[in-house]
Design a protein around this ligand. Structure first.
Ligand code: GAP
Length: 447
């Protein structure tokens, strides 16, 4: 983990947030390369969910959430962690972190009883701060998918099964944020709520566990580092009938990367008025104040409240897992070592670096800039001109940030229109005509 943290800071992937004022615990900022990596991961999820299928629509909803939404969803009453304070060293822990009744920090047994601690951030809406106009920062992106269910059904004429996908920030006042970006107070989720006929929920639940495992493997996570964990009934969230966690072997241990839950008709049912007219199976909040009927008609015009299968993945945990998989120290033939980030090419922050062999040769540099512009036009991703004049240093840098291709423009480019392309993984160098680079580049990223 230390090596990863140091690489991330050195190369501009992640920084401690608010660092110049001493930092704020549990918050991180994505730097110039981090933002590219994160966008690429989100793009890959969105393509797999929304573009490659015909049964999912997208949504981008507000972060500030009406307190009634989170009351009826059960979050106001139940979204809490039991916390324990150490009276000796004043540290605070989640109850599950305490072993043998001892403080993990100072070893004292002088501990408080566990007390529930609600994890939601509350804020004031509007100019008058008298406590009556408050909202929450959403603790999951899911709730606004449920509250928009009717809007989306009405505007897209969808029938079951279909899903609504959303990527966005979620906020939790975690008692103990830790392990770099694994557990933070502000993070991003990639969530799908997939609405199905209640009788087909088990089938879809299994299907989504399989689909999501396959997707993570395509992002470069090795199968051996992924485990399926069936959450025991006693540990299920208040809305879930069953949950399967996709666990990943993070540097600090085997922990949850994504959860797939069968949320039944709990959420749509809880946000629906006149529940008695509908056949809702979950134990929903009966004092509903919404004005909506979050139900859909089947082919016989009967109203049903669908069950929901929810694959919910953490973007930041995904980034941590992907960086951990990609980080490699390789022994070279000359006995030296190189650090290489062997990212899948669709995730690489920089797709190609164009390196003019001579920093001060205008003709070479102009050729490099012209080539960059042509490659950039393909829309595949970021291409940079690395005008340091030091080719060895440039290769080292781009190995470390996972750039799949380095293209050198030199005197042969001027004389014979040839450039040299170096492959990050094999370190093999090939000469090709400058006029063929765009086609080569497009083909490389297609596969
Ligand atoms: N809507 C369901 C839901 O929010 P969750 O298991 O609490 O379920 C889903 O969260 C995913 O969000 C987790 O699998 C994890 O990847 C990510 N996540 C949750 N809390 C997090 C935190 N404090 N920091 C970073 N990621 C977090």
């Amino acid at each position: 983990m230390e090596d990863l943290v140091s690489l991330c800071k050195r190369r501009g992937i992640l920084y401690q947030s608010n660092e110049i004022y001493g930092g704020l615990q549990g918050l991180y900022d994505y730097g110039p390369l981090g933002v590219e990596l994160k966008n690429n991961l989100k793009k890959s999820w969105w393509a797999a969910m929304v573009y490659d299928r015909d049964d999912i629509e997208g949504l981008d909803s507000s972060i500030l959430t009406h307190h009634e939404v989170l009351k009826h969803s059960g979050h106001v009453d139940t979204f809490s962690d039991p916390m324990i304070d150490c009276k000796s060293c004043k540290s605070r822990w989640r109850a599950e972190e305490i072993e043998n009744n001892k403080c993990p920090s100072c070893g004292s047994s002088n501990l408080t009883e566990p007390r529930p601690f609600n994890l939601m951030f509350k804020t004031n809406i509007g100019p008058i701060d008298d406590g009556s106009n408050f909202a929450y920062l959403r603790p999951e992106t899911a709730q606004q998918i449920f509250t928009n269910f009717k809007n989306i059904v009405d505007s897209t004429s969808r029938f079951l099964p279909f899903g609504i996908a959303q990527i966005g920030k979620a906020f939790r006042n975690e008692i103990t944020p830790r392990n770099f970006i694994f557990r933070t107070r502000e993070f991003e989720q990639m969530e799908l709520e997939f609405f199905v006929e209640p009788s087909s929920a088990d089938k879809w639940y299994k299907e989504w566990v399989k689909t999501r495992m396959e997707w993570w493997i395509k992002q470069g996570i090795s199968k051996d580092n992924l485990k399926i964990f069936n959450v025991p009934d006693k540990d299920l969230s208040h809305y879930s009938k069953s949950t399967t966690d996709i666990m990943y072997q993070f540097p600090h241990g085997l922990e949850e990367l994504e959860g797939i839950a069968n949320r039944t008709d709990f959420d749509l049912g809880s946000h629906t008025k006149n529940q008695k007219d509908l056949n809702i199976t979950a134990n929903v909040d009966k004092n509903n104040t919404s004005n909506a009927k979050l139900a859909i008609q089947d082919e016989n015009n009967n109203w049903i409240v669908p069950f929901v299968i929810e694959p919910s993945a953490g973007v930041d945990r995904g980034i941590l897992a992907i960086l951990n998989e990609a980080y490699k120290i390789e022994k070279l033939e000359d006995g030296k070592e190189r650090l290489v980030l062997s990212l899948k090419s669709h995730l690489s922050p920089v797709k190609a670096a164009i390196i003019p062999l001579k920093k001060n040769n205008d003709e070479i540099v102009n050729n490099a800039i012209k080539l960059k512009k042509e490659l950039q036009k393909t829309g595949i991703g970021r291409v940079v001109v690395e005008n340091t004049g030091n080719i060895g240093k440039s290769y080292r840098k781009h190995d470390e940030i996972g750039t799949p291709l380095c293209i050198t423009v030199d005197f042969e480019t001027l004389e014979k229109n040839m450039v040299t392309i170096r492959n990050r993984d094999t370190m093999k160098q090939d000469q090709i005509k400058i006029t063929e680079v765009v086609t080569f580049f497009e083909k490389y990223f297609q596969t």
